[in-house]
Design a protein around this ligand. Structure first.
Ligand SMILES: CSC[C@H]1O[C@@H](n2cnc3c(O)ncnc32)[C@H](O)[C@@H]1O
Ligand SMILES: [Zn+2]
Length: 419
């Protein structure tokens, strides 16, 4: 399944040369140095997680069933204040083990100690867009901006081009006008995209109304942001029709995080209205500290079901559209759609083999329905990024999973002790 617009699934071969797809088509039957026989399997583009906080895998299940602000202020921020660069490194590796196992090949990450995440990405062999999250409520904003700049200088284009960097003002409610303008200015100067949370809860909308007399979207729009740079907006749950109009024509788009939104009771993002206005939508998990899973197959289902339920219309967000969101949609949000997101000659070989030899994946009336509504991450047999096999026959080849699990248990226990 190439995910190229209008191209039907076919039985065939994919020939890789180096990091790229050289040829793809029905039964090419070419000689090769190495052959993966994939009878009964389906090849598709790697999944793109368009928004998350990878080291929060260490906080999975530590604090559930709370409102967003209580969860963040009372639980996550105190645990994060204890995180060392080494904790972040091992938390990111834990997340990457889960992502590779469930077919994610690229992800957009916003967090702290980003140098350690970059090292982990380099070693794991994944593709990532990395962002130093910028919260400006305390007075060390200058140090954070310097860290964002250092990250860009050291890692943009790094790991053989698999790493790119964005500038990350965290959210309208944590970024007053002056530092927000500085962050946007930095992005413009470095020609980098912006990655920012937007309008996740009704409370956020009320806070912005009280502080600035504007919706969160109006607040960002007023800076000229959407005309100036490529923007990755995470969540965008509470947007009015007018807000959606303000985003029309933007470069970048929206990372929809349906499982996180469901679990935190945030609301249903107006995804169908956004796509109706021509906005690009991708899918993200958010951190495992809120969503508890990094399996994008869960997000595909949740995204489709939420739109169908919210609009009381089973035709809303059909299977193929959800699959396009999690592949080429995410690639567009990360600014790498020229490299990945579809299977076609010349693009990077970022792809998965999904094992269809399972009772819950038979019979094959519709591959797109099976993938969107019946498959899960454990059905992924093989994950390949830039032509390198990261998982084969469900065995991780670039990560030491036993060591990662050991490090994660010890470090997670220390982070949450007494909180
Ligand atoms: C400063 S790094 C990023 C920062 O974001 C926090 N975070 C995680 N999930 C969410 C969410 O759903 N909304 C807002 N902020 C979130 C994370 O804990 C880090 O502190
Ligand atoms: Zn987030």
């Amino acid at each position: 399944m190439t995910m190229k617009e209008g191209e039907a699934p076919f039985v065939g071969d994919i020939v890789l040369e180096g990091s790229r797809i050289a040829r793809i088509g029905p039964q090419l039957g070419e000689e090769a140095d190495e052959v993966i026989h994939a009878e009964g399997m389906l090849a598709m583009p790697g999944l793109v997680n368009a928004h998350q906080h990878s080291p929060m895998s260490l906080l999975r299940g530590f604090s559930d069933d709370l409102k967003l602000m209580d969860w963040l202020n009372r639980k996550m921020l105190p645990a994060e204040a204890r995180m060392t660069p080494e904790d972040v490194y091992w938390g990111a590796k834990l997340a990457m083990s889960e992502m590779i196992r469930s077919g994610t090949t690229a992800f957009a990450d916003m967090y702290i100690h980003m140098n350690e995440i970059a090292l982990a990405v380099q070693e794991a062999g994944m593709r990532a867009s990395l962002t130093r999250g910028l919260v400006f409520l305390e007075n060390d904003g200058g140090r954070r901006m310097r860290e964002a700049l250092d990250l860009a200088e050291k890692w943009h284009g790094g790991a053989e081009g698999r790493i790119t960097v964005m500038i990350g003002p965290h959210a309208p409610y944590t970024c007053p006008p002056e530092p927000l303008r500085e962050a946007i200015g930095l992005a413009e100067r470095l020609k980098l995209p912006i990655h920012v949370h937007l309008a996740e809860t009704k409370e956020e909308v009320a806070v912005l109304r009280e502080k600035y007399g504007r919706t969160p979207t109006e607040y960002l729009h007023e800076t000229g942001l959407f005309e100036r740079v490529h923007v990755l907006l995470a969540h965008a749950v509470h947007l009015s029709e007018r807000d959606i109009g303000l985003l029309a024509g933007m470069r970048g788009g929206i990372a929809h995080n349906p499982v996180s939104n469901l679990k935190l009771g945030c609301g249903i993002a107006p995804v169908s209205s956004m796509t109706g206005q021509g906005l690009v939508v991708g899918l993200g998990t958010d951190g495992a500290g809120s969503a508890t899973t990094l399996d994008l197959f869960e997000e595909i289902k949740a995204a489709a079901w939420l739109q169908k339920l919210g609009r009381e219309d089973p035709t809303a967000l059909p299977a193929l559209e959800a699959l396009r969101m999690v592949t080429i949609g995410g690639a567009e949000l990360l600014g790498i759609a020229d490299k990945v997101g579809t299977l076609e000659p010349g693009k990077q070989a970022d792809l998965l083999l999904v094992d269809l030899n399972k009772p819950h994946l038979r019979p094959v009336h519709s591959l797109e329905s099976l993938l969107a509504y019946s498959a899960n991450g454990a059905d992924v047999d093989t994950t390949i990024v830039a032509g390198k096999v990261l998982m084969r026959n469900r065995r991780l080849l670039t990560l030491d999973e036993d060591e990662i699990l050991r490090q994660a248990s010890v470090r997670a226990a220390r982070l949450v002790a007494g909180l």
